[in-house]
Design a binder for this molecule. Sequence first.
Ligand code: 2HA
Ligand code: ZN
Length: 287
Amino acid sequence: MNALTTVALQGTTAGVTAAPFAKGFIRLTDDAFRKGWHERNGGNLSYRIKPEEIEPIRVCLREPAEWAAIGLSLPELAGEYFLVTGSGKYLRNVIECPEDNLAIVLIDDAGEKSSVVWGLEKGGRPTSEFPTHLMSHAVARKRTDGRHRVIYHAHPANLIALSFVLPLTDEAFTRELWGMATECPVVFPEGVGVTPWMVPGGSEIAEATGKLMEQYNVVVWAHHGVFCSGADFDETFGLMDTVEKSAEISVKVRAMGGARPRQGITTRQLQRLASDFNVTLPEKFIR
Ligand code: 2HA
Ligand code: ZN
């Protein structure tokens, strides 16, 4: 970036919202709202920004002033920058006014506090689910050698509906979702994790989600929604879309009176799929 551009960007927001990672983030929020997964202020999104993406926008960032406790200790995230949706903000408004609805947040050296260094221009805080986002980032980053950068929480109706009829176990949800659409075992071969109903927005649900994120890229919160982890916006949105599509088919089949006897994808067929597509399906799901 030359000196003139740097001066032009100082104190502006254009440098941030024009950055490719911010454009990808904003596009996801708009696509997801149109899917019907984000009533009112429901759902939230965060992205762990790469060092080479921070450098060109550094001139747009404020010095950290106030530090807020995260409620968790995540030293492995010290010094990381995240782009994140704001608490109480509506995902449908992000595309209209990113600087009011999003924040760039810096994590302190202990991994215990965060400070808003860009955005939320009309005030606010990062999403109420920030503890779960950060815990999931920490776990997914470790599990994927740093590949995963996106954590996404949505309220897709069919998955939520299934949490009223299926047993709230990893096995029951994984088999139901794998069995409803052939691509599912290939898209999420590790299966999905399920938490019972919990109070959202704190460190307890963050710990429970983080524990499941050690194994899964998809965690269903019973009677609430879903968390997904992925390397980029396409992969993470695509994952949410795939699991919700499968849940929708399940809901439709159940509404039509259920599958015909012995009609559906069998364990043997799942095994053939796994072998042809070179994925490993955990034993516990294909018994
Ligand atoms: O309102 O989705 O879980 C944001 C949420 C809380
Ligand atoms: Zn929610």
